[in-house]
Ligand binder design. Structure first.
Ligand code: PMP
Length: 433
């Protein structure tokens, strides 16, 4: 469906007061395509012209239960009446941290307000703990918008260099080139290259930061045994292992990727699903590492960290997650994956659906499977992109980014899956015949 007159007018208004009319670069879809939304309820969102979309973006993933989810809204409303920011420990904060510990197995928790903040703090903690400065990051992973991690997130393929010595490419300008000296890049799922890099540099390496599932690169899964390998090599060389679970946490399993793959990291960052869309994040970790968090050792904090609204939202959300919400997410994801895979098979189209049920991604490729950013860069993103725009016309809304998975909430029903599968089939026909 075409976005209508009211949406276009309001977007013009937005462009007069915010660069490109958005407050995140990733939300700009073009002057005549970017949407201005009015409302979200359950699995659906509406734009200013009351066009209705089945939402698989879910605000880039956080809305694990559904938009405007009653138990979360009620808890937040109750909490708000008694004030929001105390900059002092309060009960919701404690309760949410207890729930995080119980669900994930981390020893201690500190809060932040976004995934960006959480990974920034986690890296600082790892540097302090090891007394080393460099980090190892994987090509194609995204850990937020602080200088240290804005390297080779989705670099232009022509510029990435050899596989065994990737060129660090800054994500946009304004990131000082000198910071790249602190970042070592490796391809995901390649044990040999990681081992070589570590053996040559381990005395400088504070941490490996990784998305255990590449949630920002079409949900590429770790190969069997890969995470165990990374875990072991970190232990061998005294390197802190950080799982960035901003996308996978409280989504792919109650205990996130740590539970899903049965591998424990030293530090874990959470955000999106933990608050069903309220701005809250957390750094969880092992006691000996987190123990450094005191003035004089490692400093972490912020005026709004652990505020009442955010932690009340987390309490209510984590309760739902503990009590079975993810089963609904998984069931919908399974159906969606099976439906789309069947269409690929029946039509003999080179492509597949990959990733966990709660955040599957669609890839058009002649390859049987893909295992890192370089593989992904050689898939047919152009065809998939055309399909995404066709899906919008049919009222189904995955993200426009071809590397983004489809996010599923507990409010997505069985019949919604039928709608999405049907729309996908129509869109595919229109694009590839
Ligand atoms: N880490 C990962 C894995 C993410 O996917 C994101 C956001 N997409 C971030 C960190 C940054 O989170 P935020 O946008 O809340 O700063």
């Amino acid at each position: 469906m075409e976005s209508g007159k009211k949406t276009r007018e309001m977007f013009k208004r937005a462009q007069n007061c915010m660069p490109y009319g958005v407050t995140s670069n990733y939300r700009y879809w073009g002057d005549d395509k970017s949407l201005v939304l009015k409302e979200g309820k359950g699995a659906y969102v509406w734009d200013q012209d009351d066009n209705k979309y089945l939402d698989y973006r879910l605000g880039f993933g956080p809305v694990i239960l559904g938009h405007g989810y009653a138990s979360v809204v009620d808890e937040v409303t109750r909490a708000l009446r008694r004030g929001n920011v105390f900059a002092m420990t309060h009960e919701y904060e404690i309760e949410a941290a207890e729930k995080i510990k119980k669900l994930t197995g981390v020893d201690l928790v500190r809060y932040a307000n976004s995934g960006t903040e959480a990974t920034m703090h986690a890296i600082r903690i790892a540097r302090a703990f090891t007394g080393r400065n460099k980090i190892i990051k994987f090509e194609g992973t995204y850990h937020g918008l602080h200088d240290c991690v804005m390297w080779s997130t989705w670099p232009p393929f022509e510029a990435v260099g050899f596989r065994n010595s990737p060129v660090p490419i800054a994500q946009g300008s304004g990131v000082p080139q000198m910071i790249s000296e602190l970042v070592m890049l490796v391809p995901f799922n390649d044990e040999e290259l990681l081992e070589q890099k570590i053996k040559a540099n381990w005395g400088d390496v504070a941490c490996i930061i990784m998305e255990p599932v590449m949630g920002n690169c079409a949900s590429i899964m770790p190969k069997d045994g890969y995470l165990e390998f990374v875990r072991n090599i970190c232990d061998q060389f005294g390197i802190v292992l950080i799982f960035d679970e901003v996308k996978t946490g409280f989504r792919i399993a109650k205990g996130g990727a740590q539970e899903y793959f049965n591998v424990q990291a030293d530090l874990v960052t959470y955000a999106k699903a933990m608050g069903n869309g309220f701005p809250i994040a957390a750094i969880g970790g092992k006691k000996d590492i987190m123990a450094g968090l005191l003035h004089g050792h490692v400093v972490q904090g912020g005026t709004y960290t652990g505020n009442v609204v955010a932690t009340a939202a987390a309490c209510a959300t984590l309760d739902e997650i503990e009590n079975g919400a993810l089963e609904k997410v998984k069931a919908h994801g399974e159906k969606l994956k099976a439906g789309i895979s069947k269409i690929f098979q029946q039509r003999g189209i080179a492509g597949f659906v990959q990733g966990p049920d709660a955040m599957p991604a669609i890839v058009f490729s002649e390859m049987e499977s893909i295992s890192d950013f370089r593989d992904m860069a050689n898939t047919d993103g152009a065809t998939y992109s055309k399909i995404i725009w066709k899906l919008f016309e049919k009222g189904v809304m995955p993200d426009t980014g071809v590397h983004e998975p489809w996010f599923i909430s507990a409010s997505h029903t069985d019949s919604d899956a039928d709608i999405a599968i049907g729309a996908f089939e129509e869109a595919l026909t229109e694009v590839v015949g």
